[in-house]
Ligand binder design. Structure first.
Ligand code: PHE
Length: 346
């Protein structure tokens, strides 16, 4: 074969390739074209193989021409492919209502419920002080909720806790976390105890802005040799300062609970500059955050301890109240309403 014929064939191939390419608009057809011309057994490969049939003097010119055509076809293919892709994208954009120029929607982040957060804060403070956390049951019996806590049937102090009774006699929803004291004492006696007992409590009361039928408490219990009122006072003061700030004043008033003797209630001062101070403290400047006292000897005995060998203190606080005070929340019903507008503030 002479170079002239061979080169004519090459030019023919170039023309054919470009013509065919022009007619193609979609990507699969373009790829098929590419295989036809540039595949292992494609037209270009065939044309290049012909170099071997040419006289040596003509090979160079033929080869150069073949390479030029290869480049021309490759460029044309790349352009056509890019164009096809762009057209496909434009088509899909105009087909679907997606507007990529719209600003994005912010994603909503989940968050920990304010009640859980306060509980964790309280656990953190007490675990720093060496307290362990114990959970005890919410469905209780009369024995643990009242009797072992020094309130025999018909004891007038039972009126302090309006109770949800179940249809099973003697089974009730706990009205406070104090029955946990008995469970923990019976589990760990005769070892010393330093524990907080958090959990939900239930009271059969009218629901108002200040009282709910369900709320959390955190009970504290410390038992050991020579535990005194000074330990109680120090523990509570340290706790209040950690939760409410170093400047906090603490006030202790005497009170009455059947299961502690002596019994106290603990107030903390509220900053006078807070515009809500008067309403929150009913004009006194002080807020009650818990009941507490030295564990009554009868209760120690009911837990298995010998009141002549050990003594103890206990306290019970209401985290919802503490949260209301801390954030000036004026309605306790917000806590379990699951209104995101309320919850997202924290
Ligand atoms: N259980 C008491 C209440 O619910 C609080 C309390 C706990 C008081 C421990 C003294 C000791 O009001």
């Amino acid at each position: 074969m002479s170079e002239l014929n061979a080169t004519a064939e090459l030019l023919e191939l170039e023309k054919r390739g470009l013509q065919e390419l022009q007619a193609l608009t979609d990507e699969p057809a373009l790829r098929a074209w590419h295989t036809k011309y540039f595949g292992d057994k494609g037209e270009m490969a065939g044309a290049l193989r012909k170099v071997g049939t040419l006289p040596p003097t003509e090979r160079k010119g033929y080869g150069q021409e073949a390479n030029r055509i290869k480049q021309v076809l490759t460029d044309a293919y790349d352009q056509a492919l890019a164009k096809a892709k762009e057209n496909a994208l434009l088509a899909s954009l105009s087909e679907s209502p997606l507007d990529v120029s719209l600003p994005g929607r912010p994603t909503r982040h989940g968050r920990v419920h304010i009640a859980t957060r306060i509980m964790r804060e309280i656990y953190g403070i007490f675990s720093d002080m060496g307290f362990q956390i114990h959970r005890t049951r919410e469905v209780e019996d009369d024995l643990n909720n009242f009797e072992y806590l020094n309130m025999p049937p018909h004891h007038p102090a039972r009126d302090m806790w309006d109770t949800f009774h179940t249809t099973t006699p003697g089974v009730l929803l706990r009205t406070h976390t104090s029955p946990g004291q008995i469970h923990v004492m019976r589990e760990f006696c005769p070892q010393p105890i330093r524990a907080v007992l958090p959990g939900m409590c239930y009271r059969y009361e009218a629901i108002t802005t200040r009282s709910e039928i369900q709320f959390q408490q955190v009970e504290g219990l410390v038992i050991g040799p020579n535990v005194t009122m000074a330990d109680l006072k120090g523990t509570i003061t340290a706790f209040a300062r950690r939760l409410f700030g170093q400047e906090r004043q603490i006030r202790i008033r005497s009170s009455y609970f059947p299961f502690t003797e002596p019994s106290i209630e603990v107030d903390i001062d509220w900053p006078k500059e807070d515009p809500n101070a008067d309403r929150l403290t009913k004009g006194t400047g002080w807020l009650e955050i818990m009941g507490a006292g030295m564990v009554h000897p009868t209760v120690l005995r009911n837990g298995g301890y010998d009141p002549d060998q050990v003594s103890g203190f206990a306290f019970g606080m209401g985290p919802q109240r503490i949260t209301m005070l801390k954030y000036a929340i004026d309605d306790i019903r917000e806590f379990w309403k699951n209104d995101l507008r309320f919850l997202q503030q924290f």
